[in-house]
Design a binder for this molecule. Structure first.
Ligand code: ATP
Ligand code: MG
Length: 452
């Protein structure tokens, strides 16, 4: 993309209404624009990041064997009356009526709808196990929408639902989600710690929230610092293997890590004092096994091997896709702006032309731009007639991980400059070497597998 033809409305001033750094930077970098309280338009740069996040979520869900669908945002009140949640949900639910006076709602979540779909087709245990998910907008009329996309009213969520014959199988689905979530967040360059959470009104012992540690997080958390040493890495995992998934769950949940809702001071006191931490965290996901409540109320039953009619065991599993854009910035920024991890960077590399209009410099930039694109990369070429300082400030603000700076002086010696946004370190090399370097850095991040 050429910046002269792009739509990147960066702001010079720090918006007064934004209380936390991610919100400020998203506004300043021209990523989002508020439409009304807690409701945002995603401008081109923000939309790119959102799609990069979505893509990783899709790939990791499908790697785990989960199947994508897309359910509507508007749902019928009658379906929610069957589960008893239409009245129970309270003022967070946005309720509306169509022209025939039929009661509708903008979905805050989709347990009822997905259960109704599965109930309509699945009649035998042979169709199981089954996990369906979608990435769709949700609406929750939060009392205090704030912090930009972190606590919106309209927000994008990946929500997945497993359907299994037995509790044991459903707990395997739970473990499988835990593993896939660990991979998902790590791929984005984030550490999200699974913490024992409160299961709320539905009950049950099986729920974990994934928290990114950040001072601005809304949740209070308590943990054994040893847990922050764990990484999933690139280990191979067979998602159908119950024992393997169970072992990962045990590895990542055996240390003390809880939100304030489940915090138990007496148990926490058993953690060696030097490792006891209390901090704040951003909830970027939650997994949940809840049994047969929805399958019984909506009517999702199958015949088991013995021919008995039994309700399906279910769980639901969410990732805050739009919240992640904010959480990623909370975890990756400095005084000059955002520092995107390579995996979610809106553009892979910025090209800064120091002497726009100089024939040699323009030609060198064009060549680098074309070569990077030919290598499957997404460069952003700042081809505007602006001062170098302004170009650098924009690149730093929008946080592209790598910058190639091209000027007449360097070209005379046959070099351009490659700069890391994270370390600030620069290295001079030939244009060819710069292209090869950037392509090598991004090799693990491009060339996605086909989608299911
Ligand atoms: P919270 O406790 O933050 O209100 P929740 O527990 O009600 O969230 P879930 O139902 O678990 O949310 O939804 C799954 C994920 O969706 C959450 O882990 C979070 O990342 C994201 N999410 C929930 N509410 C919002 C919101 N208002 N704005 C942005 N993302 C949200
Ligand atoms: Mg939650």
């Amino acid at each position: 993309m050429r910046l002269s033809r792009y739509f990147l409305p960066v702001l010079k001033e720090t918006p007064a209404e934004a209380q936390i750094v991610s919100h400020r930077l998203m506004l300043r970098a021209g990523m989002i624009r508020q439409a009304s309280a807690g409701i945002y338009s995603w401008l081109p740069l923000g939309y790119r990041v959102l799609r990069r996040i979505e893509r990783i979520v899709h790939e990791e869900q499908q790697r785990a064997g989960h199947i994508p669908v897309l359910m509507p945002t508007l749902q019928s009140a009658d379906l929610w009356r069957q589960s008893g949640r239409y009245d129970a949900y309270g003022p967070e639910m946005l309720r509306l009526k169509d022209r025939h006076d039929r009661e509708m709602l903008y979905g805050p979540t989709n347990e009822e709808m997905i259960t109704e779909i599965v109930a309509g087709y699945v009649t035998s245990y042979k169709a199981l196990p089954l996990t369906l998910y979608h990435i769709q907008w949700k609406f929750r009329d939060e009392v205090r929408p704030r912090f930009g996309v972190m606590r919106g009213r309209e927000f994008l969520m990946k929500d997945g639902y497993n359907f299994d014959l037995t509790k044991e199988d459903a707990l395997h689905a739970y473990n499988r989600h835990l593993v896939s979530y660990l991979r998902t967040y790590e791929r984005m360059g984030l550490q999200a710690i699974p913490m024992r959470a409160d299961s709320g009104p539905i009950g049950g012992d099986y729920t974990h929230e994934f928290l990114v540690l950040a001072e601005t997080g809304e949740s209070e958390v308590f943990y054994d610092s040893a847990i922050t040493d764990l990484t999933f890495g690139d280990r191979a995992i067979d998602y159908d293997d119950h024992a393997q998934c169970q072992a990962v769950l045990e590895e990542f949940t055996s240390r003390y890590a809880r939100t304030d809702e489940t915090h138990d001071a007496a148990v926490f006191a058993e953690v060696p004092e030097a490792r006891r931490r209390s901090a704040r965290g951003i909830e970027v996901g939650q997994i949940f096994y809840f049994g047969t409540a929805y399958s019984e109320s909506i009517g999702a039953y199958v015949q088991n091997e013995a021919g008995d009619r039994v309700p399906l065991h279910m769980g639901s599993h969410g990732i805050g896709v739009s919240r992640l854009a904010g959480a990623l910035i909370e975890a990756n920024h400095d005084d000059n702006g955002i520092i995107w991890p390579e995996a979610v960077a809106p553009f892979h590399v910025g090209i800064v032309n120091l002497r726009q209009g100089d024939a040699g410099t323009d030609a060198a930039c064009e060549e680098i731009y074309a070569a990077l694109r030919a290598a499957g990369l997404d460069p952003l070429y700042d081809d505007r007639d602006e001062r170098a300082g302004g170009k650098f400030a924009t690149m730093d603000l929008i946080g592209l991980p790598w910058r190639v700076t091209v000027g007449p002086r360097g070209l005379k010696n046959g070099v351009v400059e490659v700069t890391s946004r994270r370390t600030g370190e620069s290295e001079e090399m030939s244009p060819e070497a710069a292209i090869a370097r950037i392509a090598e850095i991004y090799a693990p991040h491009i060339g996605s597998p086909p989608l299911a």
